[in-house]
Write a protein that binds this ligand. Structure first.
Ligand code: SAH
Length: 224
């Protein structure tokens, strides 16, 4: 079998990795309270099983986080949906920044709801694998960077949305300055106990709200 055919078969999936199984996950997300149909459609389109090791692929459409190597995880689908929904706020997004590419799944979902995505990862093998996976999926509006993303990406700022998929110990002020006026940032904050925070920027300044409790891997400093 040629490579192209093998890739297409893997993309299509079978049984626990099929489009039908993915559809059941979308139903579940809807019943768990995700209302943004644009986000649900994006997640229905992206094959999550392609982002994880084949040995774990049969669990790809369970609503759980899974290991992706290097001590990191692919986020739980509900959290990906929730963060994307909060970031979008019912509007089409222009330029978006993600800190913590990991396997690239969240970036792929963002690629469907934003015009242009920048995503930073500090672990080189993860960065490279994400690049390969996004290419296989023919997603071309994601710009991947291998760097420490803790200071954001000033050279591509400002962003309509910033999403952080690793937990900072406290809210960082430098990142919010890279938002457009009208922009939103969603990020987990905390050490033992973490919560999702929403930062909104408008003409009068920044407004923060604390959302639900979450569990993320920590933000680390420097490149690995
Ligand atoms: N967005 C991913 C989740 C990855 S887990 C998904 O869709 O599944 C969080 C990722 O953040 C890890 O890969 C970790 O290496 C990365 N990370 C942690 N600190 C970072 C930093 N300072 N800069 C960039 N990436 C970082």
């Amino acid at each position: 079998m040629d490579r192209e055919k093998a890739v297409n078969l893997r993309l299509a999936g079978i049984g626990m990795t099929s489009a039908r199984t993915r559809g059941r996950l979308i139903e579940r997300l809807r019943s768990e309270g995700i209302k943004d149909e644009v986000v649900l459609a994006a997640m229905n389109e992206i094959p999550r099983h392609i982002f994880i090791d084949e040995a774990l692929a049969t669990r790809a459409y369970d609503d759980v986080s899974l290991p992706i190597g290097h001590g990191q995880t692919i986020s739980q689908p509900y959290i990906v949906a929730r963060m994307t929904e909060v970031l979008r706020n019912g509007k089409q997004l222009g330029r978006v920044l993600e800190i913590g590419t990991g396997c690239g799944y969240q970036a792929a979902v963002l690629a469907k709801v934003a015009k242009e995505v920048y995503s930073i990862e500090r672990i080189q093998p993860l960065h490279e694998r994400a690049r390969k996976t996004l290419r296989e999926l023919k997603i071309f509006n994601v710009n991947l960077r291998y760097a420490d993303g803790s200071a954001g990406l000033p050279d591509a700022a400002p962003f309509d949305g910033i999403i952080m998929t690793c937990a900072a110990p406290a809210l960082v002020a430098t990142l919010r300055e890279q938002l457009t006026v009208g922009g939103r940032m969603v990020l987990p904050v905390g050490t033992q106990e973490q919560h999702l925070y929403l930062i909104e920027r408008d003409e009068s300044g920044y407004h923060e709200s604390r959302l639900e409790e979450v569990r993320f891997v920590p933000l680390m400093m420097g490149k690995a």
